[in-house]
Design a binder for this molecule. Structure first.
Ligand SMILES: *Cc1c(COP(=O)(O)O)cnc(C)c1O
Length: 368
């Protein structure tokens, strides 16, 4: 069984991908070829915002966004304690200090109730992650942020295609960023990412930053980075975008079905989606008390699994802040387990996974 079956997807779009890559080989504009602007236009329309800037990865998208917002030494950046390392890494690279806020134990996203007391006059940006494919409570986060004049950057690397109150992930705050790492909901065949905003000046500045701070060729008006999206990756993404709507529908549907199957076997640790959200299940992540045993039992049946993430950020050496009080993040890091999930997974596969989960949970019940 595959954790994510990119091959099943490729079969559906291989002709179009080859056609698009061939077009790039023929015109030869490998850097900022016409496919990049075409993809940016389609992605902006899909997300429902004015501007999209294609960039080299989700991490670079965060870097460019934080540079545009002027994050630097002395600033504090609010980050959930339980997410991928990228936002913390970028914050530290820019000389600023991450302030880790605990998560809601149900959604695993930043807990808005803890936000206000973590704000100081040094807080420069708030970066909520839409973890595992569902958005946090943006209405509450935005309200607190607006009241304090602090911009919000959504890390939508796992939630591209998801909706919050019928608006798409990456359109919900001043800036939204996403990743097209191959295993993300919309995946390229290499590193790629994008930035979204409705603000004209911010868009112009972020575009410049991602292209060496250029305003016209060799006229470098501000510090930037080499953060461009490759033409070939744009060509791949344009082909995959054709089937993305149906893949998102399949993700939503299969995610619900998977949870029903688990619940029908008496397992309640399935992922809970808030009523205002539609999750794309960037990861289908369950919660178990005996994670080691579950991983082994799955492995015995040839079923892969993964842990996102085994430690909260405040305890990750490179970006650590051990004094952080985030008990929910610590608890989650010990119990979460991501299961195989993709738009082409079969009902038989879902049932086979659920059977193993049930067996391992029955074993605990007996033990109790
Ligand atoms: C994948 C991911 C990133 C980084 O994206 P890359 O394209 O790999 O740089 C950032 N944040 C989250 C939550 C992610 O899952």
């Amino acid at each position: 069984m595959h954790f994510i079956d990119l091959h099943a997807q490729q079969k559906l779009v291989r002709d179009k991908i080859e056609h698009n890559i061939n077009a790039v080989l023929n015109h030869g504009q490998y850097i900022l070829g016409p496919e990049v602007a075409e993809l940016e236009g389609q992605l902006a329309e899909y997300v429902g915002v004015k501007h999209c800037i294609g960039v080299s990865s989700g991490t670079d998208a965060l870097l460019v966004a934080l540079m545009a917002l002027g994050v630097g030494p002395g600033d504090e950046v609010i980050i959930p304690s339980f997410t991928y390392v990228a936002p913390a890494e970028i914050t530290v690279l820019l000389g600023a200090t991450p302030v880790y806020v605990d998560i809601c134990p149900i959604s695993y996203n930043l807990n808005p109730e803890l936000l206000s007391k973590n704000l100081t006059d040094k807080t420069k940006v708030i970066i909520p992650t839409s973890l595992y494919g569902q958005c946090p409570d943006f209405d509450r986060i935005n309200k607190i942020a607006n009241d304090n004049g602090i911009p919000v950057v959504e890390d939508g690397a796992q939630s591209f295609g998801a909706t919050y109150k019928a608006s798409r992930s990456c359109s919900l705050s001043a800036i939204g960023v996403t990743s097209f790492f191959p295993s993300k909901p919309l995946g390229a065949y290499g590193d790629a990412g994008a930035i979204f905003t409705n603000e004209d000046e911010l868009a112009l500045d972020m575009r410049r930053i991602s292209r060496h701070g250029q305003d016209g060729r060799y006229n470098h008006i501000r510090l930037g980075v080499n953060g461009r999206l490759d033409t070939i990756q744009a060509a791949v993404l344009l082909a995959k975008l054709d089937i993305f709507d149906s893949e998102v529908s399949a993700r939503v549907q299969i995610g619900k079905e998977f949870s029903e199957i688990l619940l029908s076997r008496g397992f309640e640790g399935y992922p809970k989606v808030m009523p205002c959200n539609e999750s794309v299940y960037g990861q289908y992540t369950i919660r178990v008390e005996n994670r080691g045993e579950v991983i082994s039992a799955l492995k015995e049946k040839g079923i892969p699994s993964a842990v996102h993430y085994p430690a909260p950020l405040h305890l990750q050496t490179a970006v650590e802040k051990p004094s952080t009080h985030a008990p929910e993040a610590v608890a989650a890091s010990k119990q979460v387990l991501s299961l195989p999930f993709h738009p082409y997974i079969s009902k038989e596969e879902l049932n086979a996974i659920a059977d193993v989960i049930k067996e391992t949970q029955d074993a605990i019940a007996q033990f109790d």
